[in-house]
Structures are given as structure tokens and as C-alpha cells.
Design a protein around this ligand. Sequence first.
Ligand code: 13P
Length: 210
Amino acid sequence: MNETQSRDLMVELAASLFARGFAVGSAGNISMRVDDGFLITPTNSSLGRLDPARIAKLDHAFHHVSGDPPSKEVFMHRAFYVTRADAGAIVHLHSTLATAVACLPDVNTDNPIPPLTPYFVMRVGRRLPVIPYFRPGDPAMEPAIKAAAPDARAVLLANHGPVVSGKTLLDAVYAAEELEEAAKLYLTLRGSAPRVLTPAQVNELLETFG
Ligand code: 13P
């Protein structure tokens, strides 16, 4: 995929997330690797109406080289890229139900959502650490994400929302969508005692689908 196609795909998928309510206002940001650096959504832009020509471009050292000023959460994306060689794209959302789980004080902060469905496990993986609260744009978030990311494709920022990595932009978007669905199931079933996938079933999924 060349850079023009990457920009167009970012606009298309961001608009799709926005249209379905996974992002509102100017919340959320998306980035992806390209040959000579990274593309990232501009700060204060709406995922619903991105302009491909104005998407910010960063070099390999995460310095802004062109386009509008980048998201104030560049360091949040950088924390995944420098920690996970397999990360080709990052999606950060304030999607309602994943964020609701991130507001619950009594969850397991290593893995707040149990393995209820195969696609949650296949897309998001075995662990979803909850990172303590930092204000949006606080660079102190970076070391906290870096500490968690080697063992996790995604994290939940307390009282803020999910950050999800994927090998490709499509993978990261699909994972963010599955995370929101898993949060919905978890909150729907909270208080009951649902059957969850066994450790052997989780292992089989990860061995089969990676
Ligand atoms: P930016 O507009 O700077 O990307 O910030 C939006 C956001 O989601 C903060 O967490």
C-alpha cells in the first residue's frame, strides 16, 4: 500500500468508526506506520471528517514533518511502536463501554474483561492491562504504557479509554471494535455467572489465529 492509499484508508476507517458512534466530537486518534515514518490524525480533528492531505506525518524519530499539528497523544502511540515490533497501527478511542469498564474501581487491572468470546481473544489477545489515570496529553503516560505493552496488544486507560495496536490499520480497527463489543457483553453479564472460555480454549485460539 502506498502512502496515498494509507491516508485514504485512515480517512475511510476513521469515518466508519465515527459514523457508528465509536468516537464522538474530536475524541480519539489513529496512527499507522508508513515507509518513512508514521501517519497520525491531527490534534483536535474529528475522526468523522479527516482530510487525507492534512493528516500529520512524523519521521522515524516521531518528529512532525508535514501536515497539521499531530495528536497530543503521539507519545501514547510511540509507547506501542517502540515496544512492539509487530505494531503497524494504533487506534485510541473513548468508546463508551470500554471506557465504562475503565471507570470501574473493582476490576482485575491485569485483565478486566474475561474471555467471553473467541473473537475478543483472537483480536485483543490474552491480556488487557488497565493503566492508571493520567490527564490526556500527559507524557507520564508513556512509561506506564511501555511497561505494559510487551505483554499486551491493547491497554485500557483508567477513566479515559482503550488504546489498541494491530499489525495493520484494519487489524487495529477490528480489535478496537471487538474490545468495545466484549465490554458490552461483560457489562451486560455483570452480576450473573457466565460461562467463559477455558485456558485451554484461549490457548487454542491464540495458537491457531496468533
Ligand atoms: P487529540 O485531538 O490531540 O488527538 O486528542 C484526542 C484524544 O482522544 C485525547 O485522548
